[in-house]
Design a protein around this ligand. Structure first.
Ligand code: NAG
Ligand code: NAG
Ligand code: NAG
Ligand code: NAG
Ligand code: NAG
Length: 445
């Protein structure tokens, strides 16, 4: 309730951008309409990419609106090239051909690592794994970025917003901040720090070992933090407030220090980003990722199995016992599809006809043809003159930069603000980023 009404307030604040794109917001108390059934990671309704990674089944039109989540595959990614990294504009859910789904711009570096870049005017770069881990172990070896307002992150994030984090603020290069969330409910007592040598100068290996009973954060093989499920019991809700659902690995670089962000976020991020900083190279801030290894958990019975093709939810509770490890397909025919109609806009050329004129938003943050939202909340016809994506091969979307928002990641540890204002800010952050992204996309059209 609080979250939903705050979200509306945030949307009103960002009304200029949102009015231009007519995005429909969604949340636990405002599910998406059938015409744009998928609630994206950033709380906006659409089809296509909105229904793939990050789609929250609890806030979508129905539990089966989101496309099923590809199950875990153990694999090491050495980042010696950009193979296996696919722009979210081109990804249809086939995890056998894509390891990472990208928003923003990754650059190959010296044939052995990948730079996540953040040029001025962008909201940085996000790589999200195409498969989901339901417990298991993930290690990432990287150097963070640096500079005021510049945040590097390595997190696990589930579609119902269970989250396990490492976050790095660019003015605190000897601190790794760790955190966790159950279903995105903020609690700023959950943040703790690990001290280490300079994270920009040195590669460190950051590890998350996640079982049904324990989360262990390790840096260079040394335990930095342990969370036990038994310490997370919520007697009011009668459940464990512990991360327990299949999650994607997300690697990101993003600007916490944008003037349009909340004061608490800017302060947490170490101040405003300086876009003329000598710390930038080739016109961007960057973080250097050397490798990632995902090792699936190998339970023989749920929770934590990886025997099927995909994970789905059978109840809006979104707890571990509502996850089904089954055989539903994960691949859309086009970016007009959703879990309700996986074959929409298929190969037939007719997809480019009338459907193009009425297609709802298909790429989060890129506003091609999002449906209008009337004051009464009903959905109106499409945005005329849009350059919507009628097929997977569409390249009409915006430039490579600035196409993701970072609503899923936390901020504000150690802040003295009250819980409710932090809650507000967490929600606000997501929508403000979405608004920025929308403006960037509009300018690119
Ligand atoms: C935050 O988490 C702590 C420890 O898990 C718990 O004791 C506390 O009650 C939580 N606070 C809120 C507001 O949920
Ligand atoms: C899974 O969820 C059920 C229902 O909330 C709970 O009773 C059980 O303890 C959970 N198991 C794990 C491993 O989290
Ligand atoms: C327990 O769960 C309820 C319902 O989700 C929530 O409002 C409350 O903040 C939680 N309490 C703690 C201590 O986490
Ligand atoms: C998988 O199972 C084996 C044997 O029980 C165990 O040694 C290993 O740690 C497990 N792997 C993971 C990622 O849990
Ligand atoms: C973690 O480190 C940051 C930056 O130094 C600091 O602002 C924050 O208060 C610390 N958090 C905790 C829980 O110690």
């Amino acid at each position: 309730m609080v979250r939903a009404s705050v979200f509306l307030a945030a949307a009103a604040t960002a009304s200029v951008a949102l009015a231009q794109t007519n995005a429909i917001s969604c949340g636990l108390d405002s599910l998406c309409p059938q015409s744009a059934p998928c609630c994206s990671q950033y709380g906006q309704c659409g089809v296509g990419a909105y229904c793939l990674g990050g789609c929250d089944p609890r806030s979508s039109f129905s539990l089966d609106s989101c496309v099923p989540e590809p199950v875990c595959q153990s694999k090491t990614f050495d980042f010696s090239n950009l193979d296996g990294i696919t722009s979210e504009n081109d990804y249809l859910g086939d995890a056998t051909t894509t390891d990472w789904v990208m928003s923003g711009q990754a650059v190959s570096y010296q044939g052995d690592s990948v730079l996540l870049t953040m040029p001025e005017g962008s909201v940085g770069t996000l790589l999200a794994s195409s498969t989901y881990m339901w417990y298991g172990n993930v290690k990432a070896t990287f150097k963070t970025s640096r500079g005021a307002g510049v945040v590097t992150a390595f997190i696990l994030l589930s579609d119902v917003k269970d989250e396990i984090d490492y976050e790095f603020v660019g003015v605190e290069l000897t601190t790794a901040q760790t955190n966790y969330y159950y279903q995105g409910i903020p609690n700023y007592t959950h943040s703790t720090n690990i001290s280490l040598s300079d994270t920009f100068e040195n590669f460190h290996t950051y590890e998350i070992d996640w079982t049904p009973d324990t989360v262990t954060w390790l840096v260079d093989g040394q335990v930095g933090r342990v969370l036990n499920r038994k310490d997370t019991w919520n007697a009011t809700a009668n459940r464990w407030a512990y991360p327990q659902t299949p999650a994607r690995v997300q690697l990101s670089l993003w600007p916490g220090g944008l003037a349009s962000n909340g004061a608490g976020t800017i302060s947490w991020a170490g101040g405003l980003v300086d876009w003329n900083s000598p710390l930038m190279q080739n016109g961007y801030y960057y973080a250097t990722f050397d490798s990632v290894t995902m090792s699936c958990y190998n339970a023989s019975s749920p929770p934590g199995t990886n025997t099927g093709v995909s994970y789905t939810y059978n109840n809006v509770a979104g707890t571990n016992d509502t996850v089904i490890d089954g055989d539903k397909p994960t691949v859309l025919k086009s970016l007009l599809g959703s879990g309700l109609n996986m074959d929409a806009g298929g190969s037939s050329a007719s997809a480019s006809g009338s459907s193009q004129a009425t297609s709802p938003a298909t790429i989060p943050g890129l506003s091609g043809g999002s449906p209008g939202s009337n004051p009464d909340g009903s959905v109106s016809a499409a945005n005329p003159g849009s350059t919507s994506s009628a097929s997977s091969s569409s390249s009409s979307s915006g430039s490579g930069d600035g196409s993701f928002s970072q609503g899923g990641s936390s901020s504000g540890s150690g802040s003295s603000s009250s819980g409710s204002s932090i809650n507000q800010e967490r929600v606000l952050k997501g929508s403000v980023f979405a608004a920025i992204v929308a403006v960037v996309a509009m300018m690119a059209l």
